[in-house]
Design a protein around this ligand. Structure first.
Ligand SMILES: [Zn+2]
Length: 404
């Protein structure tokens, strides 16, 4: 679609007063179709809301003015039949649209400027000498902001305070040190990760590692994991539990493959086949998978990096029967540009359905991939859409057709 050559007005998508309707090749019925397609697209709601959270996840063009905008542009809302969505500025320009002069989609926003400052701060926390913690004042000075302002934008962007971020990073460094150098002593690993004294560390080790450092280093050798395999409407299901809670729910066609997957995930743990009492727990998980809306009232043992944990928390906040795009999840955790990392975190999820990564779809509503097969994803979403408002979903999944 080429924009109308008539709109040479350099003040961009300010609509021309009393503009004469542009000569359209489109017939009235295809205009109505286009309007319907736009209105059914979840991105249209973000345009109507001038959503700052949607920044960076898409752009929209207006056929009658020939310009394209950020989702948050303050200009008058265009008519839906004239709107097309684009995945990038380059896409919009390739389709013949010019950047809006008002929202300047090519220029970094305050949000992305903040994101750049925060990214830089994260890198300096990560690269600091292990025995020297970076102070808030140093970070703020580096960003050219006051300490309180910097603290606020850092928390907004990462969901963590700089101090918590440093602690999470240090814990990761410790895990790496314990995993990476089998010859170093546990005490060396604790110091090299940047903990000031090992006695102080031991006090918090359960919190940081979920177990003592030596036990962790043994790959959780002493960690007992009970598991059992059952059947549900989605095929085979493996449920595993550590002493802290359910640590894996895996789905598949082949029970043996599920056991191998469990072995890979907990390489050195003690895997123990479930007994009768455990079968009862599996039945509870199966009932939950069949009707996710009921919720799972069992403690979960969630293992992942700080970033993965943030993504998974955001997934757990998506109610049954609803969906979000990878870009929306990225925006919700305050990392709007980390769409690919969000998709990777979804793929790394070991707790099928309990951490509902099946509720994440592509921005155009397409199902995209699922760690346990896209057919299972479709079935789960169908299951969830049964009890509550099926009409919404019918229209959401019938979307697409837009975007030039
Ligand atoms: Zn604009």
């Amino acid at each position: 679609m080429t924009p109308n050559a008539f709109s040479t007005d350099s003040s961009a998508n300010r609509l021309i007063p009393n503009a004469i309707p542009m000569p359209h090749r489109a017939s009235p019925s295809s205009k109505a179709q286009q309007a319907a397609a736009t209105q059914a697209d979840p991105r249209w709601a973000a345009v109507l809301a001038r959503s700052a959270a949607a920044e960076g996840s898409f752009w929209y063009s207006v056929q009658t003015t020939g310009v394209y905008c950020r989702p948050s542009c303050a200009a008058r809302t265009p008519r839906p039949e004239n709107v097309r969505f684009h995945a990038s500025c380059a896409d919009a320009e390739a389709a013949g649209f010019r950047p809006c002069q008002r929202c300047k989609p090519r220029q970094p926003t305050a949000l992305s400027h903040h994101a750049a400052l925060v990214t830089e701060a994260c890198r300096s926390i990560e690269s600091a000498e292990s025995d020297k913690a970076v102070t808030l004042d140093t970070l703020a000075a580096g960003a050219g902001l006051s300490a309180s302002h910097f603290h606020r934008i850092f928390k907004q962007a990462t969901g963590l305070t700089p101090k918590a971020y440093a602690a999470a990073h240090r814990a990761q460094r410790l895990r790496n040190a314990l995993n990476g150098s089998p010859t170093a002593t546990v005490t060396d690993a604790i110091y090299s990760a940047g903990y000031p004294s090992s006695s102080r560390f031991y006090e918090q080790s359960a919190q940081v590692l979920g177990m003592t450092p030596s036990r962790y280093r043994a790959g959780g050798t002493a960690l007992d994991i009970r598991f059992a395999i059952g059947q549900c409407s989605l095929g085979a299901i493996l449920v595993a539990q550590s002493e802290r809670g359910i640590c894996a729910i895996l789905l598949g066609d082949d029970a043996d493959a599920l056991v191998r997957d469990l072995q890979d995930r907990f390489a050195q743990a003690h895997l123990i086949g479930g007994d009768a009492a455990f079968e009862a727990l599996v039945a509870q998980v199966v009932a939950f998978v069949e009707a996710p809306g009921l919720g799972l009232n069992l403690p979960l043992d969630v293992r992942g990096t700080a970033f993965q944990q943030r993504v998974w928390q955001a997934l757990q906040a998506i109610p049954a029967g609803q969906m979000a795009s990878y870009a929306e999840v990225a925006a919700r955790i305050g990392a709007p540009t980390a769409v690919r990392a969000v998709a990777q975190a979804c793929a790394a999820n070991a707790l099928a359905v309990a951490i509902p990564c099946h509720r994440v779809v592509k921005s155009d509503g397409a199902l995209s991939g699922y760690r346990w097969g896209v057919e299972r994803k479709r079935k789960l979403l169908d299951l969830e859409s049964l009890p509550s408002s099926p009409s919404d979903h019918a229209s959401a999944s019938a979307t697409v057709e837009n975007a030039a």
